[in-house]
Design a protein around this ligand. Structure first.
Ligand code: RUB
Length: 315
């Protein structure tokens, strides 16, 4: 348990950041924990209770992360469903197998998203260089931009700082190392930058997608969407369908994680209230398209495609 708590802290503290990385790590941590539960109680109710307890600890690390929740449910629900047929000494192998299956779903989605998304960046640079803007750090946005670079496309990227934890610096480092020209701006310059550089395309990632096609992503995402709307710049979300929260179709609202005020100001004057929401919603009316493993379409189609491609994750 001690190791699981330490691992959970890596997610909570943002040492592990971004929805996909959080999900991949969480399923690994659950599997590592399962290997540590006493062997003699394998397959018993007690064993399953311990696994559930670990799942709850991981869920609580980041509240707005359905990709993680879907992954942990994928493993545990499959085990429960097949419980009667499982040979107890094979249960750990099964956990590893289900974990690898979920990991493959994410990685396969990444390849397709990169391919579809890169097509939105033109082959040849016109007189005015093609400019893409992004906010925060998304591994799926990275995948698209790295693919386009690999294809020899010429473009520049504007990346926002992303206060208070500066995830934009991670985007800058990854893209810069790949030889892509990057311009870094403070968050409050996002409108100015879109206008000044005549941005051609805005790409963000997602943490959660609701049944109505609303996307939740890093705080500041809706501001950027509103700027895109004002300046008539195409605004796309790069996200696997695995970010869908199926419970939102039952009326359950996705929670927005509130982080520690210390991330913003360690020693503020006494009595000053500081709020630190990690994410915000972007309504579907501001999203031109969602770039997913099933293709590019309106974000309101996500529930249909999710049910078709991942039926085992519906409830
Ligand atoms: C990260 C963030 C990312 C999404 C998508 O927030 O908002 O845009 O998680 O990431 P935080 P990915 O830094 O608080 O985790 O595309 O890698 O799944």
């Amino acid at each position: 348990m001690e190791e699981l708590l330490k691992n959970a802290e890596k997610i909570k503290s943002l040492e592990i950041q971004g929805a996909a990385n959080v999900a991949l790590s969480a399923i690994q941590f659950l599997s590592d924990y399962a290997y540590k539960i006493e062997k003699d109680c394998q397959c018993t109710d007690d064993w399953f209770n311990k696994l559930n307890e670990a799942k709850e600890i991981l869920f609580k690390t980041r509240e707005t992360e359905p990709t993680m929740r879907n992954g942990l449910y994928y493993i545990i629900n499959k085990l429960k469903k097949n419980r009667d047929q499982i040979e107890c000494d094979k249960i750990l192998e099964l956990i590893s197998q289900y974990k690898e299956e979920y990991k493959k779903m994410i990685e396969d989605a990444r390849l397709k998203i990169a391919e579809f998304g890169a097509r939105r960046i033109p082959d040849t640079a016109s007189e005015n260089q093609f400019i893409v803007m992004t906010h925060c750090h998304s591994s799926f946005v990275d995948a698209i931009l790295l693919k386009a670079k690999q294809q020899g496309k010429i473009f520049k990227v504007i990346s926002t700082e992303t206060r208070p934890r500066h995830q934009g610096r991670k985007s800058v480092k990854i893209l810069h190392e790949a030889g892509i020209d990057v311009i870094h701006v403070v968050d409050s310059a996002m409108r100015w930058a879109v206008n000044y550089y005549e941005v051609d395309l805005i790409l963000i990632g997602a943490d959660s997608i609701t049944s109505e096609g609303t996307v939740l992503n890093k705080i500041g995402s809706r501001l950027l969407a509103l700027v895109a709307h004002e300046e008539h710049v195409p605004f796309y979300v790069a996200s696997p369908l695995l970010k869908y929260n199926p419970q939102t179709s039952l009326g359950i609202l996705e929670k927005i994680e509130m982080r520690s005020p210390n991330e913003i100001w360690e020693n503020p004057p006494k009595g000053v209230k500081i709020l630190n929401p990690a994410f915000e919603t972007v309504s579907r009316r501001y999203i031109d398209g969602l770039i997913s493993e099933a293709g590019i379409f309106a974000s309101s189609h996500v529930p249909t495609y999710f049910g078709r491609i991942y039926p085992e994750l519906m409830f």
